[in-house]
Design a protein around this ligand. Structure first.
Ligand code: LLP
Length: 430
């Protein structure tokens, strides 16, 4: 259940007709429901009420400051993967003591920024990173709280591009090797070993891979405690899936129950890094039909948003439901919904049965709140779209639509290519 529903064949976001927002802000735009965001965060966080835990929203899924602020006010922390994400999180008022930092390629300058900011924990992913983190900590005179991100080698049974906990993936340190790296880390003056972490993948639709991973982590923790290391945190990463089409992922309650059973007696604080499950179904992408092309049996709806706005269908062939903003009761056709970008891979849906559309009609690409705007680009020099949050009867632009001038911000012409000169040069040649 979310807050994008039809009333008399008109799609509403909470109490506002989506078409009314489009009239005000233009198309395309991302639209998030405040009520859905709030409900999802609460449902997740409260599922773990009986377990000592911290919910660190994985902000790569959606890094808009208004959304970060909302979760921060609800007591959430964040999971970051870059200095840029840390900057956004701090600007949005996220408590640094609720920030965890993962990623295979952390740069020394970003490590320093995170150390100076006093974040909760670094999830280190390699021997070299452990050394650099230590050196940085010693240089700035702080101690870094560290967990090692281990690769537990469990198969999350999801799309290969978003599986991260298998031996062949680039992430983490192999669990068999972990004790050795922990021993090194424990001997370094700039580090305090505090936890164990993993993240096995994304869009996971069953509980068992998480339980398998946790069991492997438990064994490791016993081993580490055996050699005198104080493990206070277990970070299980994110990964709980959502319904895009017909998937039936477990409810956060089922997930929490299974995890809670395994954690009994372990005396740790659980850290969770959910992204998609919180924001995925709290957002849609609203786009306008520009043209309808009927080519030998095949129908294309050319819309004003494209792979640069929502990359998931092109990149993963992933399914997003597409719904008319006004149901008009026209005939059902099978169509490809495509964007204006000059690539055949630029589609939002293929072979989709839906009501016939006409130029000017609006359609909503559903389940677009996670890895939608945050993965968007300006490919084909298409300015990035605006983001809007609806709350009850009101709506708020939470990111302005970019203009052409934004496209060239920061670009520079070297002297020998200066526009004046080029014009002169042209003159001279004639
Ligand atoms: N923690 C870590 C360390 C991660 O790498 C990720 C996602 C998460 C948490 C959050 O996972 P979630 O709860 O959202 O599944 N662009 C892809 C998804 C990539 C996920 C990368 N890591 C997509 O659009 O499906």
């Amino acid at each position: 259940m979310h807050h994008f529903q039809y009333m008399d064949n008109v799609l509403y976001a909470e109490d506002v007709p989506v078409a009314a927002i489009a009239r005000k802000v233009g198309t395309p735009f991302y639209l998030y429901s405040h009520a859905t965001l709030t409900r999802h965060f609460k449902a997740f966080d409260e599922a773990f009420a009986n377990i000592r835990h911290l919910t660190c929203f994985s902000m790569k899924s959606n890094s808009n400051m208004a959304i970060l602020r909302l979760f921060a006010l609800m007591g959430g922390g964040v999971d970051i993967v870059s200095g840029g994400e840390l900057y956004r999180a701090l600007k949005a008022g996220v408590d640094p003591s609720k920030i965890v930092y993962s990623g295979v390629g952390k740069e020394a300058a970003d490590l320093e920024y995170a150390l100076e900011s006093g974040i909760l924990m670094f999830n280190a992913e390699s021997a070299q990173e452990i050394q650099i983190l230590n050196d940085t900590a010693e240089r700035v005179g702080r101690r870094a709280r560290v967990a090692i991100r281990v690769n537990p080698d469990v198969d999350p049974k999801t799309h290969p591009y978003i599986s991260t906990g298998l031996k062949e993936n680039k992430f983490g340190i192999d669990i068999q090797e972990a004790v050795r790296h922990y021993s090194v880390a424990a001997g370094l003056k700039g580090l305090t070993v505090v936890g164990v972490s993993c993240h096995i993948g994304s869009q996971i639709t069953r509980v068992s891979p998480f339980v398998d991973a946790l069991n492997k982590l438990k064994e490791l923790i016993e081993g580490l405690r055996g050699i005198g290391l104080g493990i206070q945190y277990v970070d299980l990463g994110g990964g709980l899936g959502i319904t895009y089409d017909k998937e039936a992922p477990p409810h956060p309650r089922d997930y929490a129950r299974a995890i809670g059973r395994e954690l009994k007696g372990l005396d740790v604080t659980l850290i969770l890094e959910p992204g998609r499950v919180i924001v995925g179904n709290a957002g849609i992408l609203v786009t306008k039909v520009l043209y309808t092309k009927i080519k030998q049996e095949k129908i294309f709806f050319v819309v004003d948003s494209a792979m640069n706005d929502l990359m998931r269908p092109s990149l993963y062939n992933s399914y997003h439901a597409i719904q008319p903003v006004t149901i008009r009761g026209r005939e059902t056709v099978r169509a490809d919904v495509v964007g204006p970008v000059c690539e055949s891979g630029d589609f939002l849906a293929r072979g989709r049965e839906m009501e016939m559309q006409e130029p000017g009609d609006l359609v909503a690409v559903m389940s677009a709140g996670a890895y939608g705007f945050s993965m968007s680009s300006t490919y084909n020099s298409r300015p990035r779209v605006c983001e809007v949050m609806v709350k009850g009867e009101r709506f708020y632009t939470i990111r302005e639509r970019e203009g052409f001038e934004d496209l060239i911000r920061g670009e520079k012409l070297p002297d020998f290519l200066a526009v004046d000169r080029a014009v002169q040069g042209q003159g001279e040649g004639q």
